[in-house]
Design a protein around this ligand. Structure first.
Ligand code: ATP
Ligand code: MG
Length: 257
């Protein structure tokens, strides 16, 4: 099971949007796909309209308080998409992880039992540099960092890279590699990219190396419509807007085959 964490240390950087569309696309490839909503804001759980009546959530999964099968819900029984959901109470996971003294390895250990059940696991991280976030980076094989094509997005990328490098190179509690940086809400007017988008995407390339910059997600109301209608952009006739996910699916395919 390939564990891909979607991390970016500011709000509104496109983490949940990426987790949602990538999870659906990977499941559509026929791969058993697990998405983990690791954000107490639980937007991913809401978007996927998972039939999560109540507990258990990721919190109980982390605490090993339930049977594994009780914390994993099928999003849609006929496809390959499953979720470990979240709710407001997940905030308590930060205290639990802190007191365990092993935040960086705990989620990794818990996910190990699923390694033969799923082909890919996508984790949607919260925006704070919290214990949950450390646990996610510790569990990941690869990191995908979405970052808004703005000055704020560039700052979010820099902080995320700092966290990853300190965990991997200094503390040696993460083996994650960088899959790529996904510029989010890249603004174009006709054939012209806005100055702020252009400057921030260029700065992102200088920060991580141009080869890690993925094709960007364009600023578009269509994305919000697709999220609200629970559909893929391609299912709404806007397959061209889904191109960044075509590229991501190909990258992941190459990693797991
Ligand atoms: P948080 O850290 O708060 O969880 P996030 O990083 O998960 O935020 P998202 O929730 O994915 O960010 O996206 C932020 C907002 O951008 C959402 O309201 C979403 O509907 C909207 N959005 C998604 N795609 C696009 C797009 N292509 N253009 C404009 N807005 C978009
Ligand atoms: Mg989110």
């Amino acid at each position: 099971m390939l564990i891909l964490a979607i991390v970016s240390l500011s709000g509104g950087q496109g983490k949940t949007t990426c987790a949602l569309f990538l999870g659906k696309r990977l499941a559509k490839e026929g791969w058993p796909t697990l998405v983990v909503d690791a954000d107490p804001q639980h937007n991913l759980t809401t978007y996927l309209e998972a039939k999560v009546d109540q507990q258990p959530t990721l919190l109980e999964f982390l605490k090993k308080a339930v049977e594994l099968s009780e914390a994993i819900y099928p999003v849609d029984a006929k496809d390959n998409l499953y979720i470990i959901p979240s709710d407001d109470a997940l905030d308590a996971a930060n205290e639990y992880l802190a007191s365990s003294g092993a935040a960086a390895i705990l989620l990794k250990r818990r996910l190990e039992v699923l390694k033969d059940t799923f082909k890919v696991c996508i984790i949607d991280a919260p925006p704070q540099r919290s214990q949950i976030c450390l646990s996610i980076v510790g569990a990941a094989d690869y990191l995908l960092i979405p970052a808004e094509a703005t000055v704020k997005g560039y700052g979010s990328l820099v902080r995320s890279i700092d966290l990853w490098k300190s965990m991997r190179d200094e503390l040696k509690v993460s083996e994650a590699e960088l899959l790529g940086v996904l510029p989010f809400r890249d603004r174009w007017i006709g054939l012209t990219q806005s100055k702020e988008s252009q400057l921030s995407v260029t700065a992102m390339g200088e920060e991580v190396g141009q080869k890690f910059i993925l094709p960007s997600i364009r600023e578009s109301e269509r994305y919000k419509q697709a999220i609200n209608q629970g559909k893929l952009l391609s299912e709404m006739g806007f397959g061209d807007l889904e191109y960044p996910f075509d590229v991501l699916v190909d990258l992941i395919k190459a990693l797991i085959n």
